[in-house]
Every structure is written in structure tokens, then in C-alpha cells.
Design a protein around this ligand. Structure first.
Ligand code: CMC
Length: 449
């Protein structure tokens, strides 16, 4: 805990001064252990009557957290102090889950216990199968994910009381354990194949691939390199600080909503193409580009202010440098394509697009680099996942991040309901009057005469 101790020491405050009223407000500074310190404006409204204005939270820290650190300018991502490159290359997903949830790497004994508890919670309540059958076969699997994860609270009442530490931990374990089963079942339902039950002798990633791709009529054998690539994919998506879906989970949880409902809210937020939906959008975009010769046309579209088109898989709110996850993902995608001997023509377009964009002044000036979603789609496509499943895979990896952030918030003594304020731009007070012309025109006046 030593490196957290100085967190609340205040430095010389900033002072806000209003020339007209002569009122001043001292803004204390709270020190971080790494990265920007923050201005503590909690008393701003009380003392000045003003709100701060920051749509999209570009300059606002919504909470304090000890889980993930990002330095967007240097392209650094660390979980609990460990670099993402080290974790992706040397660790495995369940160890990273333990690290995010508990704050430290597990001892060999804790590791064994944790793997055991996750492995033995992978099955779903049998009644949930009926819920799947209520969906259309062509439903988007993310729609099924939102529905089924939200419905977990109707099946696991004994882990919805978040004030009880034991129930909190059980909910965390259940979510990490069951989310691959839920995702695999969403896939099986869409292709009309029987659901495959989890197997306790398989690793987390292998079990997910087994539940997704095995069929009762055949043996299931998978190359360990593919299992490793899947595991790495989950590590790369495990957490990413206060992004849109994580903030959604925290906001939902701040009202006291149960953890399953909160994670369902996170999945809904992740679905958008500006967030987790980008991996699906990248492949669609590359298919639309169709040929290397069309790249300049699409680059120009992305640069045109009057065209809503954006290069999917490029740019990030925080990274103003190469996304560190993208570099590992690119390597992983190449490995998978090689192992499976897949020659994807879209990869050629992607590599050329990246090369051209990285040299273009528009992308250089705006610091738009490829993000994790730019390369993940190739790997997932080569593994046989349909594009509609890509964001589901992101959600499986991110569940541990969401639930760790939710737990941290619940255990934070400053935990307050999230309730932003607004800059009101609507009408001022108006007198209520029914206009006589509107009264005459109404069809109901005529009907009820
Ligand atoms: N293509 C073309 N122009 C872009 C792009 C892009 N992909 N991204 C940003 N810009 C431009 C944007 O038009 C704006 O220009 P101007 O200053 O002239 O108005 C400038 O760059 C800043 O963009 P912004 O939208 O204000 O930046 P933001 O931080 O609000 O948005 C983003 C970040 C990720 C939503 C955005 O870069 C984007 O839409 N990228 C494509 C979608 C994508 O790949 N999303 C995955 C993000 S990584 C996975 C995850 O964590 O979810």
C-alpha cells in the first residue's frame, strides 16, 4: 500500500477568481500515483453556484481507481502496475482475472483455487436454455448477450446482495465463469446447432472454443497455438480504465443495481461501433473498400468533414500513439493466419491502409493510430467466427474488467450515486395556455363533439 499513501496530499491549490463579483474559489489538487493529478471541484457548485462543463468527459476523472493505468501519449497500458505486453506474453487470462479482481498476482495455491472456482461455475441454470429459445434465430448475438446476462439476476438471487462481501465475490466468479458459456450458446443458437456444455478439464480459452465449435458428431482437436491466441485476445481486452462501457457499469452500479444488471448495461454500451462494435465495423469497411486501389478514395472520405465516414479501427480517445494492444494483436493475427494457412485478401488491404494512413498528414496531425480493433477481426475471422460474434468476444474478455471496476466502486467509501448535472439551454418559464387554433384542429375535438 506504500505507493498509495501520498494520494491525498494536497499541493498548492489553483484559484478561480471572478472579476465581476470578486468571489474566489480555491481548487485543491489531488495527487495521482502516476499520470495527471486532478482538480478537486467537489465543492465548486456549493461555493460558487457554478457547474463544470465537459461533454464526453474529455477532462474529467469520474472516480479514483487502482486497477488500470494508461499513458495515451506514450502508448502505455498497465494493469495493477504490470505492462500489457508482459501480461499478454507471459501470463494467462485467468491469472490476469485474478490480478484485476484482487490487486496482485496469485500465489500458486491461490491460482489453483481461483482456476477451480471459475471452472466449476461455468454451467448455466438449465432454465436459461428456454430464454434462448425465445429469441429469433437471426437475432444479433449482442442482443442475446444483453438479454441473457441481465436475466442472470433472475436465476442467481443468492449473489445479488452487493452489501455482502461473500455474495459480491460469488457474483464476480459467476460472471467471469459463465460469460463464455453464454457467448458460445448465442453462437450455437444462431447457427442452429445443439448447445455444448462446458468441460472442466479444459482451460478457459479452450473451453470457450470447444463450446463454440465442437459438434456432438465429431471429435474436437485444436492446435495449442490457436488456444494461446484466444487466451491472448481475452487478456488484451480484459480492462481499459474508465471507457464508455466501464463507466456505464459504474453508473448503473452506483444506484445499487445488482451486478448482473450492471454488466448487461456494460454490454449494451460496448455494442456501439465507436466502442467494441468497431472490430465488426473494421471487417465491413475492408470488404467495402474491396481492393487496394480503392484505398485513396476511402482515405479521402475519412478526411472529408462533410462525410460521416471514419476509418474504423483508427483513433482513440486516450491513445495519441500506437495502441499497445494493437501491436500484440497484429502479431497474434499473423500467427493464427499462418497456423491455419489462411490467406485473407482483406489483410493485404488492411496493411496497405495502415501504411497509407500512417503517412497521411491528416492522421498524423490528429494522432490517429490503429487501435486494438483494427487487427482483432482478422484473427477472429480466420478462427471461423462470423463478424456478428466479434463484439461478443470483446465482451467475454472485458467482463472481468467491468466486474473488478464495479467491485472497486462498491468497496470505495466515497461511493455516491452518479448524478451528473447539465447546462440547461431550453425554454425559460412559460405560461401554460391551450392555443385556440390547436384546439379547433384537433381530431379528438371533432370526434368527441
Ligand atoms: N477516421 C477519421 N477521422 C477521425 C477518426 C477516424 N477513425 N477518429 C477521429 N477522427 C477525427 C475526428 O473527425 C476529429 O476531427 P476534428 O477535430 O477535425 O473534428 C478528430 O479526429 C478527433 O476525433 P473525436 O471524435 O473528437 O475523438 P474522440 O476521442 O471523441 O473519439 C473514437 C475517439 C475512438 C470514438 C474515434 O477515433 C473513432 O470514431 N474511431 C473509429 C471507431 C473505432 O475504431 N473505435 C474503437 C476504439 S478502440 C476499442 C475500444 O476501446 O472500444
Amino acid at each position: 500500500m506504500a505507493d498509495y499513501e501520498d494520494k491525498n496530499t494536497l499541493e498548492k491549490p489553483y484559484t478561480l477568481f471572478n472579476n465581476e463579483t470578486g468571489v474566489s474559489f480555491e481548487i485543491p489538487i489531488i495527487k495521482s500515483t502516476d499520470g495527471p493529478d486532478v482538480l478537486d471541484i467537489r465543492k465548486l457548485h456549493e461555493e460558487t453556484g457554478l457547474f463544470s462543463y465537459d461533454p464526453g468527459f474529455t477532462s474529467t476523472a469520474s472516480c479514483d481507481s487502482s486497477i488500470t493505468y494508461i499513458d495515451g501519449n506514450k502508448g502505455i497500458l498497465r494493469h495493477r502496475g504490470y505492462d500489457i505486453n508482459d501480461l499478454a506474453r507471459k501470463s494467462d487470462f485467468l491469472e490476469v482475472c485474478y490480478l484485476l479482481l484482487h490487486g496482485d498476482l496469485p500465489s500458486p495455491e491461490d491460482r489453483k483455487k481461483f482456476i477451480n472456482v471459475i471452472t466449476t461455475h461455468t454451467m448455466l441454470h438449465e432454465q436459461l436454455v428456454n430464454l434462448y429459445r425465445g429469441f429469433r434465430r437471426d437475432a444479433h448475438p449482442m442482443a442475446i448477450m444483453v438479454g441473457v446476462v441481465g436475466a442472470l439476476s433472475a436465476f442467481y438471487h443468492d449473489s445479488t446482495d452487493f452489501s455482502d462481501l461473500n455474495q459480491r465475490m460469488i457474483a464476480c466468479h459467476r460472471l467471469i465463469a459463465k460469460i463464455p458459456t453464454i457467448g458460445a450458446m448465442a453462437y450455437k443458437y444462431s447457427v442452429g446447432q445443439p448447445f455444448v456444455y462446458p468441460k472442466n478439464n479444459l482451460s478457459y480459452a479452450e473451453n470457450f472454443l470447444y463450446m463454440t465449435f465442437s459438434v456432438p458428431t465429431d471429435d474436437f482437436n485444436i492446435n495449442p497455438k490457436i488456444v494461446k491466441a484466444m487466451d491472448k485476445f481475452f487478456i488484451l481486452h480484459a480492462d481499459h480504465e474508465q471507457n464508455a462501457s466501464t463507466s456505464t457499469v459504474r453508473l448503473a452500479g452506483s444506484s445499487g443495481a445488482n451486478p448482473f444488471a450492471c454488466i448487461a448495461a456494460g454490454i449494451a454500451s460496448l455494442w456501439g461501433p465507436a466502442h467494441g462494435g468497431a472490430n465488426e465495423a473494421v471487417i465491413k469497411m475492408l470488404e467495402e473498400i474491396g481492393d487496394v486501389s480503392n484505398i485513396p478514395k476511402f482515405i479521402n472520405k475519412a478526411k472529408d468533414k462533410n462525410d460521416p465516414f471514419r476509418l474504423m479501427g483508427f483513433g482513440h480517445r486516450v491513445y495519441k500513439n500506437y495502441d499497445p494492444r494493437a501491436a500484440v494483436m497484429k502479431e497474434s493475427a499473423h500467427e493464427v493466419l499462418e497456423v491455419l494457412e489462411v490467406d485473407d485478401p482483406l489483410l493485404k488491404i488492411a496493411l496497405e491502409l495502415e501504411k497509407i494512413a500512417l503517412k497521411d498528414s491528416y492522421f498524423i496531425e490528429k494522432k490517429l493510430y490503429p487501435n486494438v480493433d483494427f487487427y482483432s477481426g482478422f484473427m477472429l475471422k480466420a478462427l471461423g467466427f462470423p463478424t456478428s460474434m466479434f463484439t461478443v468476444l470483446f465482451a467475454i474478455g472485458r467482463t472481468v474488467g467491468w466486474i473488478s471496476q464495479w467491485k472497486e466502486m462498491i468497496e470505495d467509501p466515497i461511493n455516491k450515486i452518479g448524478r451528473p448535472r447539465q447546462l440547461y439551454k431550453g425554454h425559460r418559464s412559460r405560461e401554460y395556455q391551450i392555443e385556440s387554433s390547436r384546439e379547433k384542429k384537433s381530431i379528438f375535438n371533432w370526434l368527441w363533439k
